[in-house]
Structures are given as C-alpha cells and as structure tokens.
Design a protein around this ligand. Structure first.
Ligand SMILES: [Fe+2]
Length: 287
C-alpha cells in the first residue's frame, strides 16, 4: 500500500506576516504537526505548488526550516507563485530534469509517480507545458508499463470557475496528446492552483484537487472571468491510499476542533441522551 499526503498552495510569507488576514506560516506548522502525529507512516508529502506567495529567498528559507520538521519525505513542486532558482537554493536536494525544470519521477508499488513543473516564465498566473517538458513526460511514460499517477500545479481542464479557467494549463491539447496513448494506465491526476476540493474525470482520467492551505476559492460558478472570489473554508490536506486495485483520497480538515464521539450508541440509549456522554468537546458550541 502506498500512502501519501497531498498538501497544496501554502502561500508562505516569512516573518509571521499574514496573507488576507491569516497566517500561512501558522497553518503550515499546524499541518505539519497533524501529519507527524496522525500520518507518520505515509511514504511522502507532495506539495503541488505555490509553496510561497512571493518567490523570494526569505520565504523559501522559512519554508525549508518548516518542512524539515516533517517526519516523512517531502516532494515540493512548482506553482505560478514559485521561483525555480530560489526554491532550488533553499531546497537543493530537489530533483530537476536535464533542462533544469523541477520535475521528477518516483517508482512505487502503486505505479510511477510523475511530478511535473508547469510554471511559465511570463507575467501570467497560467501554466504551460513546453516541448522540452513534453519530451521528458513522453520518455517517462514510454519507459515503463506500470500504472502512472500524475502530480501538477495547473489543471489541464476547465473546471467551470471562470476566473481560474483562464489561468489553467494553456497548452492542454499538446499535453493531452502525450498522455493519450497511455490513458488506460493513468490512474489519477492530482493538482493544486484552484484552492478548492474538486474531483472528476477528464477524458477518461480521474483527477482531484484540494483546498489551499491559507485561503480558498469560493464556489461561485457565476462569477465572471475578471473575478476570483475567495473565502476561508477550513484548510484541508488529502490522505491518499493507493494499491494495485484502487486509490482512495480522504480529505482531512486538520484544524477542525469539533468534538469526536462514538456514533454507535450504547444499547438502550438514544442519540440525544448519548450527546451527554461525548468523550470531549463542547456540545453547546456545536448545536
Ligand atoms: Fe495558489
């Protein structure tokens, strides 16, 4: 069984500064504490891009110090907010391909995991997957018969969120053309960028996204392209369990502090009486 954690869009800012009123650094440490306490048996944590909000060295130094606290390996990736050179300076052990893009492969018992670099070096938040990167992906797909799991920052499909759809992966068709001969063994595409929990199927391939760590995108299917509505839904990380038969992705709202209690009520006691016997938490606060 391969077990990994999907965490995305940390948007870290150094110096304890807040972004949209909340502290990404505090949230990152809360996520790390939760992962270490609850999922230290996972094989890795994948960070699907936007590690920092501004791609400067200070932010990456704070990121490097924080993720050093993780008890399990980390797979950092590029997002539109990231700076390739600064990330490699702070995290020199990250693998790159022969052209210097931060993309790499990991062969696991659940298949070959491919971590892609979709950062575009231009004044846009959209993503690209240029011919050099496509060549690397093609080689990675053709050099194994194993199932494949793909990780990337930018979604290659439109999601019905207009303000984000215009900054998705710009060259989705060339990207799809490389995937197409291998679709039957591409098990899942995990991505970030959208800051929302979304799952679905694109041209036969399953995909999933989770909430950003710091701030989220509000669900507004009517908002125009010029608007990116945000909100503060609870931050989440995904807990993925993958074997030869299936991939299960549990969404964990790790900062939730609502009481935990046993749903199986003791014999002879109904649910309302049982509320008095909850193990911890404040029932009044919840009702
Ligand atoms: Fe982001």
């Amino acid at each position: 069984m391969l077990k990994f954690i999907h965490l995305t869009d940390i948007h870290l800012i150094s110096g304890g500064r807040r972004l949209y009123g909340v502290s990404p650094e505090r949230r990152l440490h809360a996520a790390i504490d939760s992962i270490n306490q609850e999922h230290s048996d996972a094989d890795f944590v994948v960070l699907t891009g936007d590690q920092v909000h501004w791609g400067d060295d200070d932010n990456y130094r704070v990121l490097a110090d924080a993720i050093a606290r993780l008890d399990i390996p980390v797979k950092p990736m590029m997002g539109n907010h990231d700076n390739r050179k600064a990330m490699l300076t702070a995290l020199p052990s990250i693998e790159t391909d022969e052209n210097g893009f931060i993309q790499y492969a990991l062969d696991t018992e659940a298949g070959r995991c491919l971590f892609l670099d979709t950062k575009i070096e231009a004044e846009t938040d959209a993503g690209e997957y240029c011919p050099k990167r496509l060549a690397w992906l093609k080689q990675q797909l053709e050099s194994t018969d194993a199932p494949v799991i793909i990780f990337m920052h930018h979604p290659p499909m439109k999601l019905g969120l207009k303000g984000m759809d215009i900054i998705a992966l710009l060259d989705a068709e060339p990207f799809y053309a490389v995937l197409k001969p291998h679709i039957s063994r591409i098990r899942q595409i995990f991505f970030g960028h959208v800051h929302r929990p979304i799952c679905g199927n694109w041209r036969g391939m399953a995909f999933s996204c989770i909430r950003g760590l710091n701030h989220q995108l509000a669900l507004d299917l009517e908002a125009p392209e010029t608007s990116v509505p945000g909100n503060f839904e609870p931050p989440t990380y995904g807990v993925a369990l993958a074997d030869a038969e299936q991939i299960i992705i549990h969404m964990h709202e790790f900062m939730d502090r609502s009481p935990h209690f046993e749903l199986v009520t003791p014999e002879g006691m109904d649910g309302r009486e049982y509320s008095l016997h909850m193990r911890h938490g404040d029932w009044d606060r919840m009702t």
